[in-house]
Design a protein around this ligand. Structure first.
Ligand code: ZN
Length: 238
């Protein structure tokens, strides 16, 4: 059972509301069922994710945060942090992002982090995977987890403010075109889809979403001997 490989506490760090529900909410639901502590960090609130010219960035962010909180509650996650970076601009804020992520990791002290794959391939499978917010956040989280958080000379002012160095044991990467770890999600399918459907502003409640995600998760399942699965690339520290 690959779910056993995810050691808690677990921190899930993603760029946008609905990234978790599209790619790993079934795994989260199974980890919660097992009694693990899982917390979410949403780096942006998706404040540019609309085609509606009448809505403000602030208003769409408020709506998407509410959708994310509802989705988290369905999966059983109680703590969600929103960092409030502007949607689609993470590439331009990489230094501050790495520093913020290092502080959060030193504070939350997860053994496992689930985040985006910084090198997801050429995008031929899914252009979403090479979206700059996803790749930038994957790279900055990787650096924060394995390079900065354990090193006392990185951001020493954080140590002076009471945060101790911390070493993360393993990263699991979503949206990878080279998944090597698969989690069976058939038993939590309804929970996963209920969580996804909370993202109404992104059309995730449309009926065709069920078919779409059955196809995605059955393709991952076919690689692993399950009917439906979520897939991750495991990235160990060097
Ligand atoms: Zn995203």
């Amino acid at each position: 059972m690959t779910i056993e490989r995810f050691a808690g506490p677990i921190l899930v760090i993603v760029a946008h509301p609905d990234d978790i529900e599209a790619h790993c909410a079934g795994t989260v639901a199974r980890l919660i069922e097992r009694g693990e502590q899982v917390r979410y960090v949403l780096v942006t609130s998706g404040n540019r994710g609309t085609d509606d010219r009448t809505i403000t960035a602030e208003a769409i962010a408020v709506r998407r945060e509410a959708e994310q909180l509802a989705a988290a509650r369905i999966a059983g996650v109680e703590e969600v942090r929103f960092l409030g970076y502007d949607d689609s601009d993470l590439l331009f804020h990489a230094p501050r992002l790495r520093e913020d992520l290092t502080a959060i990791i030193r504070e939350e002290r997860p053994r496992t982090i689930i985040t985006h794959d910084p090198y997801p391939g050429n995008g031929s499978l899914d252009s979403c995977a090479i979206y700059p917010d996803h790749t930038t956040l994957g790279l900055m989280t990787f650096q924060a987890a394995y390079l900065c958080s354990p090193g006392p000379l990185f951001y020493p002012e954080q140590l002076q403010n009471g945060l101790d160095p911390h070493r993360v044991e393993m990263l699991y990467l979503i949206m990878s075109d080279r998944p090597d770890t698969f989690v069976e999600i058939e038993s939590v399918w309804n929970t996963r889809m209920d969580a996804l459907r909370q993202h109404k502003s992104q059309g995730r409640d449309r009926p065709e979403m069920e078919t779409f995600f059955q196809r995605i998760t059955s393709e991952l399942g076919a690689k692993s001997g399950y009917q439906f699965a979520e897939g991750f690339r495991r990235l160990a520290p060097s």
